[in-house]
Design a protein around this ligand. Structure first.
Ligand SMILES: NC(=O)c1ccc[n+]([C@@H]2O[C@H](COP(=O)([O-])OP(=O)(O)OC[C@H]3O[C@@H](n4cnc5c(N)ncnc54)[C@H](O)[C@@H]3O)[C@@H](O)[C@H]2O)c1
Ligand SMILES: N[C@H](CO)Cc1c[nH]c[nH+]1
Ligand SMILES: [Zn+2]
Length: 437
């Protein structure tokens, strides 16, 4: 853990850098795997599963009876927890359903906008280092509410070549029955091109490691939409004396344990808080089962001391964290200045883990500074907005001449004609029309 005190602008590059490999460093691997999957379909997918997951599989589709029977292995307490999370995530995402927007922009000219589901979507559920069954809820629930017709799910097989029971339970509970045992770049390539077994989709969703994230970005070259780059987890905590050092350390470790390339940052306006958190971190880290992973992530991480709340806000927006926890008396001051962040957690009793699992917000969020231009997954991620318009003869009389003048000015005679013909017809049918003057 590096400590940086009162950083000058020359140190910002170091503060803002992420520990993940850059797109260009992974591009060659991704290109090669995409090419083989495009040309050889299932054969290539199985080959790369053997290479990267160490498993020689002979099929990838998980049969419905296997999903059913593995789901039964989930302990009752976990099933109940998943159902509680599902209920909150459903409530929050249903509340995002928006009414159609309809406006009469000029008399007789009605324009409106309606949402329609994306028909075919692919959900990627991470499973390399831990089977993230909570991600099934985060993606499948909004996909269902939006009304997506074909929903498929890809996730890496576990060591026994099967799918984790809790992933099966969460999928079944959300009505998803097309599950494929495939992870990494090969899963994203399969959903991009389609193979004999895995259908192609229109949009790919879900978080993953740096390979998955670059593969999703690569998929966009083939016309596939993605939710956003949602790579290795990040957390920025901004805190003052009012923060609880043990809570802050536990939050930092919660994201550090995701992977060695996770990054956690503490920005504090109190030197004494920084040293208490450092002590707590050491103590709590030593007790974690995933201590080795968290330790590596912590070594990539930073403690930053600043003196003013303005500097805190500036750092938040420059870094654009995936998750931001604010434990400061000046909470409102900070909140009003946040522009770049994926999801924000306020106060001492709002751990980031709440959003990861059960409060209701979505945990699929932009990393690596992409919070500057992307939102996290939400209901609209699964829909498209279509605009409609209906114009009456009166409406055409009102705006027709403006269209004619603009079309002529752009040198597009056929555009103008489409209006002129109608205006002539309107004038003929209505001798009173101002068009006859
Ligand atoms: N941003 C978000 O919203 C969010 C949410 C949840 C999790 N995450 C992140 O998702 C990640 C999950 O990562 P994971 O690794 O556990 O699971 P994963 O499913 O993302 O990746 C596992 C796959 O990576 C592939 N792979 C491994 N090593 C490779 C290599 N050298 N070359 C090519 N492919 C390789 C394998 O095929 C494997 O199946 C973590 O970094 C976590 O922090 C992010
Ligand atoms: N923190 C992750 C998003 O970066 C989501 C997650 C799932 N399970 C636990 N955590
Ligand atoms: Zn997490």
């Amino acid at each position: 853990m590096k400590v940086i005190r009162e950083p000058g602008k020359e140190q910002w590059e170091e503060i803002l850098a992420r520990p993940t490999q850059r797109f260009e460093q992974l591009e060659d691997t991704v290109r090669e795997i995409f090419k083989e999957v495009q040309q050889q379909g299932d054969r290539a997918v199985l080959k790369f599963t053997a290479k990267f997951d160490g498993l020689e599989l002979d099929h990838m589709k998980v049969p419905s009876d296997v999903i059913e029977s593995r789901a039964k292995d989930v302990p009752d307490a976990l099933k109940q927890a998943i159902e509680l999370a599902k209920s909150n995530i459903t409530k929050f995402h249903k509340a995002q359903i928006s009414e159609r927007v309809s406006v009469e922009t000029s008399p007789g000219v009605r324009c409106w906008q309606e949402k329609r589901p994306i028909e075919k979507v692919g959900l990627y559920i991470p499973g390399g280092s831990a089977p993230l069954f909570s991600t099934v809820l985060m993606l499948a629930i909004p996909a269902r509410i939006a009304g997506c017709k074909e929903i498929i799910l890809c996730t890496p097989p576990s060591r026994d070549g099967e799918i984790d029971p809790a992933i099966c339970y969460a999928a079944k509970s959300c009505g998803i029955d097309k599950i494929f045992k495939v992870g990494g770049i090969q899963a994203i390539a399969a959903m991009t091109f389609g193979t004999e077994t895995i259908p192609a989709v229109y949009k790919i969703f879900g978080p993953g490691n740096q390979y998955v994230t670059v593969a999703k970005q690569w998929a966009t070259r083939y016309g596939i939409a993605i939710d956003m780059p949602a790579g290795p987890s990040e957390l920025m905590v901004v805190a003052d004396e009012s923060a609880d050092a043990a809570f802050v350390a536990s939050d930092l470790l919660s994201q550090a344990e995701h992977g060695p390339d996770s990054q956690v940052i503490l920005v504090a306006t109190s030197e004494s808080l920084l040293s208490s958190v450092a002590g707590e971190l050491k103590e709590q880290l030593s007790l974690l089962p995933r201590k080795d992973i968290a330790e590596k992530a912590i070594s990539n991480s930073k403690f930053i001391y600043v003196t003013t709340e303005e500097q805190v806000a500036e750092l938040i927006n420059a870094y654009g964290p995936e998750h931001l926890i604010v434990c400061m008396e000046a909470e409102e001051f900070i909140v009003n200045r946040i522009i770049n962040a994926g999801s924000v957690f306020l106060g001492n009793y709002t751990p980031e883990s709440a959003g990861d699992y059960a409060s209701g917000t979505n945990h699929t969020l932009p990393t690596n500074g992409y919070a500057r231009q992307y939102s996290g997954v939400n209901l609209d991620s699964f829909t498209k907005s279509i605009t409609f318009q209906k114009i009456t003869a009166d409406g055409m009389e009102t705006i027709g001449s403006a269209i004619e003048i603009m079309a002529e000015a752009e040198g597009l005679q056929a555009h103008k004609n489409a209006v002129t013909l109608r205006l002539r017809e309107i004038a003929k049918n209505n001798p009173e029309s101002a068009l006859n003057n």
